[in-house]
Ligand binder design. Structure first.
Ligand code: HEM
Length: 234
């Protein structure tokens, strides 16, 4: 294989990986939007959030199928991201780094780090709220009709400053990752040209800000005592 053939096949393989990352990424973004809308019911109250959580639990097999699908998407996204990052590092000629640094934004250069930190956050989050491993005392929380009290669980969780701040940092990293990810999605799919790119960049940043405000509003509302435990305590 000649050098130019090798570089063409490397580029094609990279584009293939990027398309897979873009498609899995957009599905994960879809989950983030639905999850945010679901969780914002915290502001409506205990009855609403617990009813919603109970409805999700009652989906049984469908819920497990969806969880498995999301897990596969997340693993592909992270795996391909790491492989692409390693390949780019290996392919980068000496002296290229400084030029590249001038052109690429900080958010694009730190995608691998923000991505891996978000992955670590999701593992913690699952142990915290879904599997209730880090705080087993949440398992006792039941509402007046005997349902799992997700409302009190979230408020109790965020009443702990360390947990609330850890979530806020994770939400910031997520937003930072998304600010470049959405823009990158349009570029990978070939839907961004010189005319639309600046507008897409603004749109990606706005989307990241909305996601940050939406998710951060919950720990902040608990810390500021805007949403409280049913008895009025915190
Ligand atoms: C303030 C922010 C958040 C709150 C209050 C929150 C709340 C919750 C709760 C209560 C559950 C458990 C649902 C249940 O088992 O009934 C859950 C599950 C989950 N959350 Fe979050 N979440 C937040 C942010 C995030 C973020 C940023 C991500 C992704 C980056 C995420 C990903 C997940 C996943 C993957 C699950 C498991 C879903 C499942 O069990 O099917 N969450 N979340």
């Amino acid at each position: 294989m000649t050098t130019s053939q090798a570089s063409v096949s490397f580029t094609t393989a990279s584009v293939g990986k990027k398309v897979l990352m873009a498609i899995t990424g957009i599905c994960l973004i879809g989950f983030l939007i639905v999850h945010l809308i679901g969780n914002l019911q915290l502001f409506i109250g205990q009855e609403q959030l617990n009813k919603y959580a109970e409805t999700l639990q009652s989906l049984g097999g469908l819920k497990w199928g969806f969880r498995l699908f999301m897990l596969v998407l997340a693993v592909i996204h992270v795996w391909k991201g790491v492989v692409l990052w390693l390949e780019n590092r290996r392919a980068r000629p000496i002296g290229y780094h400084r030029e590249d640094t001038v052109q690429a934004s900080l958010s694009s250069r730190t995608m691998i780090y923000t991505g891996l930190l978000i992955f670590a956050f999701v593992v913690y989050h699952l142990l915290h709220f879904t599997l209730i491993v880090t705080n087993p005392e949440y398992a006792q929380l039941k509402d007046s009709v005997g349902r799992v009290d997700v409302y009190s669980m979230v408020i109790t969780g965020f009443s702990n400053y360390a947990i609330a701040i850890a979530y806020l940092i994770a939400m910031f990293l997520l937003a930072y990752h998304l600010s470049h990810a959405s823009e990158s999605f349009f570029q990978t799919m070939g839907w961004a040209n010189d005319k639309y790119l600046p507008k897409l960049k603004i749109l990606s940043n706005l989307f990241a800000i909305v996601i940050f405000i939406g998710y951060a509003s919950m720990p902040i509302a608990v810390l500021l005592n805007i949403v409280k435990l049913p008895g009025g305590g915190n």
